[in-house]
Design a protein around this ligand. Structure first.
Ligand code: NAP
Length: 249
């Protein structure tokens, strides 16, 4: 129980990587705020799974792209559990298209959720973490933020932005005991990647040296490590979890 007594907020924890992260952190002893945008039933199921194994969790709806809602989310964590030690900025969306055809609203939506949402939650959590002189912030970026991808200028720009935000914030708050890192998954089997079918999917697998997509749990385990005492001398880093994909891109 390496996170015994700690409180974690995981954004976008109703499904996929966020869900797996909420379960892992709870298994390690953390009390978890399960944030979601729309899928209340899925978030309630995550809370029920945590409680069934003896943990504590609460589901809180909030659109992280809305500054006020992000503040309310962090406040809800404090009201419910008394503190916040770990923030995992996982909530994310994709609205893919070639740059020439990308609608302004799809550019804005992805930047707002995937980059501004990360900033909003970081800013909201800084006050309690600075007061505690302790905290861990883990941001989800992507190999697409490192290497770019056809049809994903909006997603790549947001995820590259998350890396710049992570490194800058890590420098700002290191002296106050707050560590800020990013995790860059490759191709992970979730609803976000389920849209890719047939040949396109096969082609992707062909480029992953480990020969298969990753599981959400395999990303969650790295997030748990970054939240744990074992990672106490790591800040401002981007850890890639991609089965070797970036070796071949
Ligand atoms: P997913 O299965 O599509 O789940 C997305 C989660 O984000 C859901 O819980 C969703 O809530 C929540 N969400 C969406 N918009 C939100 C908002 N405005 N405010 C709060 N929550 C919001 O996604 P995933 O594949 O697990 O991806 C998780 C993160 O990893 C994302 O940041 C993604 O960009 C990143 N990533 C994923 C992959 C991959 O291969 N899957 C690769 C690299 C990086 P609702 O259920 O309520 O809609």
């Amino acid at each position: 129980m390496i996170l015994e007594g700690q409180v974690a907020v995981v954004t976008g924890a109703s499904r996929g990587i966020g869900r797996a992260t909420a379960l892992q952190l709870a298994r390690a002893g953390a009390r978890v705020v399960v944030n979601y945008a729309r899928q209340a039933a899925a978030a309630a199921e995550v809370v029920a799974a945590i409680e069934a194994s003896g943990g504590q969790a609460v589901a809180v709806a909030a659109d992280v792209g809305d500054q006020g809602a992000a503040r309310d989310l962090i406040q809800a964590a404090q009201d419910h559990f008394g503190r916040v030690d770990i923030l995992v900025n996982n909530a994310g969306i994709a609205r893919d298209n070639l740059a020439a055809r990308l609608k302004p609203e799809d550019w804005a939506a992805v930047l707002n959720t995937n980059l501004t949402g990360v900033f909003n939650c970081c800013q909201a959590v800084l006050k309690p973490m600075l007061r505690q002189r302790q905290g861990r912030i883990i941001n989800l970026t992507s190999v697409v933020g490192l290497r770019g991808n056809v049809g994903q200028v909006n997603y790549a720009a947001a995820k590259a932005g998350v890396i710049g935000l992570t490194r800058s914030l890590a420098k700002e708050v290191a002296s106050r005991g707050i560590l800020v890192n990013a995790v860059a998954p490759g191709f992970i089997a979730t609803e976000m990647t389920a849209a890719l079918k047939g040949e396109a999917r096969e082609e992707f697998y062909h480029h992953i040296p480990l020969g298969r997509p990753g599981e959400p749990e395999e990303v969650a385990e790295v997030i748990l490590f970054l939240a744990s005492p074992a990672a106490r001398y790591i800040t401002g880093q981007v850890i890639t979890v991609d089965g070797g994909l970036t070796l071949t891109l």
